[in-house]
Design a protein around this ligand. Structure first.
Ligand SMILES: Cc1cc2nc3c(=O)[nH]c(=O)nc-3n(C[C@H](O)[C@H](O)[C@H](O)COP(=O)(O)OP(=O)(O)OC[C@H]3O[C@@H](n4cnc5c(N)ncnc54)[C@H](O)[C@@H]3O)c2cc1C
Length: 356
């Protein structure tokens, strides 16, 4: 279990800036996100689209903003725990908060910052009974996130889905030439992807490099192995199989890319005052109804709330000032400028300009 002063839940733009503002208050935070990468909606929903309303940045894409925010928090060397969803939050007898994630990790902290946006982005699952048993272990056969093609050498890979992520993964595996075969499995022969991607995928299918199967997996076949059962095939209902029957699709590794859906999930059950699936905060401290728990960004609500990144940046700034009073009660929390404060320069690891 990790003991710390602060945990930020959500590595979207607001969670990242929260870490920065906490750093300026000399509060080191741990950052947790369900996604395998930082950036929240910016990285997941519009990485290549332009944003025009970030103060001082006339235009930048979602991924560029994420990159810049990561650069900004670099001085604080924040431990990031990605690919895990915070599931429980419990008050301890000493007043601290105990957090646990789906990866079985735990943190004991004095303050929690909910920067959870519209919820944890979790992959849409394949509805085949028993398939989740193949997601675990050192060499999982079912992988919902990312993949290093080099680890799939000689394997028969099946990618599921008909959107950008599925087509991109299929083409990436083809290019790497590590797999014994690459199959794209989709419930229909219509894709919902960018034109260039679709064209590349259709060309690969036409050339026979990418195998394309229309079908719906209903069941699986597995065999016992020395390290537990091994997935051998999916049983598919296809347009050609008679009603009530299925045909096998051999698979060594299954990469479902069916999209992500945000789930507020457990946060809604932590007893915080909420209004329409958002957490109620005060606008001076961005404190929730529970002591030591703050909420910022899209997840919070108050009169006049606008779900904009710049609004989240303001919220994170005031929440950090409030947390400083809680975590360092012995210190006077003063407003200092990053331009002129030697203390802030020391925290940021930059040189103070010589006095003239
Ligand atoms: C298409 C589109 C275009 C947009 N364009 C603009 C724009 O031009 N300007 C602008 O200001 N805003 C824009 N927005 C809105 C902006 O993206 C959001 O206001 C912003 O992303 C909110 O940031 P956030 O950090 O609060 O939440 P998010 O970006 O949603 O990040 C929240 C993170 O928390 C994680 N999380 C949630 N719950 C948990 C949990 N229990 N455990 C672990 N992790 C968890 C999620 O996985 C996610 O990564 C746009 C939004 C969309 C969809």
């Amino acid at each position: 279990m990790v003991e710390t002063d602060a945990v930020v839940i959500g590595a979207g733009p607001v969670g990242l800036f929260q870490v920065f503002q906490l750093g300026l208050q000399d509060i080191r935070a741990h950052l947790i996100d369900a996604l395998p990468h930082p950036g929240g909606q910016c990285a997941e929903l519009y990485p290549d689209k332009p944003i025009y309303d970030i103060a001082g940045l006339p235009v930048c894409t979602g991924s560029e903003l994420t990159k810049r925010l990561l650069q900004q928090i670099a001085p604080f060397a924040t431990p990031m725990h990605l690919g895990q969803q915070v599931q429980s939050l419990q008050r301890q007898p000493d007043g601290r908060l105990l957090l646990s994630t789906t990866a079985g990790r735990q943190w004991l902290t004095r303050a929690v910052f909910l920067a959870a946006g519209v919820g944890a982005f979790v992959p849409r699952k394949v509805a085949v009974p028993g398939l989740d048993a193949f997601e675990a272990g050192p060499h999982p056969q079912v992988r919902y996130f990312g993949v290093d093609a080099a680890t799939l050498s000689g394997q028969h890979a099946v990618i599921m889905g008909g959107e950008d992520a599925a087509l991109e993964t299929a083409l990436q595996l083809l290019r790497s030439q590590h797999c014994a075969s690459v199959t794209l499995l989709h419930r229909s022969d219509r894709f919902k992807a960018e034109a260039a991607l679709e064209q590349a995928a259709r060309e690969a299918i036409g050339q026979g490099a990418l195998r394309f199967v229309v079908g719906q997996p209903l069941a699986l076949e597995s065999t016992p192995g020395p390290q537990g059962p091994r997935l051998q095939a999916l049983r598919l209902a296809t347009p050609d199989t008679p009603e009530g029957q299925t045909q096998p699709l051999p698979v060594d590794v299954l990469l479902p890319r069916l999209g992500l859906s945000p789930q507020l999930g457990p946060i809604a059950e932590w007893g915080l005052a909420m209004e329409r699936k958002q957490i109620v905060v005060d606008t001076a401290r961005f404190a929730t109804s529970e002591a030591g728990i703050f909420a910022v960004g899209d997840v919070c609500t108050y009169p006049g709330k606008r779900k904009l990144i710049v609004c989240g940046f303001h919220e994170a700034t005031l929440a950090a000032f409030a947390a400083a009073e809680l975590i360092h009660p012995e210190r006077r929390v003063l407003l200092q400028y990053t331009t002129t404060s030697p203390r802030l320069h020391a925290l940021l690891g930059v040189a103070s300009p010589a006095r003239g």
